[in-house]
Design a protein around this ligand. Structure first.
Ligand SMILES: CC(C)(COP(=O)(O)OP(=O)(O)OC[C@H]1O[C@@H](n2cnc3c(N)ncnc32)[C@H](O)[C@@H]1OP(=O)(O)O)[C@@H](O)C(=O)NCCC(=O)NCCS
Length: 199
């Protein structure tokens, strides 16, 4: 049997290296016919408007809102050839709320840690840039199937009272999304994460 194992590496990703080490050990001790595919990726700030244009095109193809993405909030995941393989943003909504949005990973790079690394770096960037010492809440809208992905990064479903305390513009987005998702028969959910105090 031919097994194809894809290893991804990202600078500063300790757990990913442990995971890769496990698979390399497995390869060394397995006598099977195994193909090893290794790719490296890293994450950088969006550096030009062409990053934003490329992101918007991908979001459109994925039927996601292409208009809200802004260069100053955006991080880009890229491969060794500096090709964009994913991106995302956290944009401030008001003094204490921000939205994690526009998260996307190219289909052939999914489930290899790229999306998770983007989330962690976006949260780190948001913490560093928060100008207030008040506790920050990061919220997001997503479809039910991706809930476990966000739970793995400390988000949970927002309660009714937490939802009601969110900025009005975000609530409107949620309500509009709920109407659309009722028509399309998928379930849109609102998730939240309280980040540590900054400063
Ligand atoms: C959601 C998304 C960003 C995840 O990126 P990723 O690089 O695949 O994520 P990671 O590799 O870091 O995490 C993978 C883990 O998250 C969970 N996960 C990710 N996508 C999932 C999905 N569609 N359904 C269920 N679980 C999922 C799984 O636990 C998975 O681990 P596993 O492969 O061991 O089962 C990517 O699937 C994507 O771009 N989807 C389309 C756009 C989208 O839905 N964006 C989010 C809405 S805002």
């Amino acid at each position: 049997m031919r097994t194809c194992i894809s290893l991804s590496t990202c600078q500063r990703s300790f757990y990913r290296w442990i995971w890769n080490l496990f698979w390399v050990s497995f390869l060394l001790f397995s006598g099977g016919d195994v193909v090893l595919v290794v790719f490296a990726f890293d994450i950088r700030p969006a550096t030009s408007s062409s990053d934003v244009q490329a992101a918007r095109l991908n979001l459109l193809r994925q039927a996601m809102n292409p208009l809200s993405i802004k260069q100053e909030h955006m991080l880009v995941a890229h491969n060794e050839k500096d090709e964009m393989i994913g991106f995302g943003q956290i944009r401030p909504l008001d003094e204490t709320h921000a939205e994690l949005a526009s998260l996307f990973v190219q289909e052939n790079y999914r489930r290899q840690g790229v999306g998770g690394m983007l989330v962690e770096r976006l949260l780190e960037k948001h913490r560093q840039e928060s100008k207030t010492s008040k506790k920050q809440k990061v919220c997001l809208l997503t479809l039910q199937p991706t809930v476990p992905f966000y739970e793995a990064h400390g988000f949970r479903l927002a309660t009714k009272s937490e939802r009601e305390a969110l900025p009005k513009a975000f609530l409107l987005e949620f309500m509009a999304g709920s109407v659309l998702s009722a028509v399309l028969q998928n379930n849109i959910v609102c998730m939240i994460k309280y980040t540590e105090d900054s400063g």
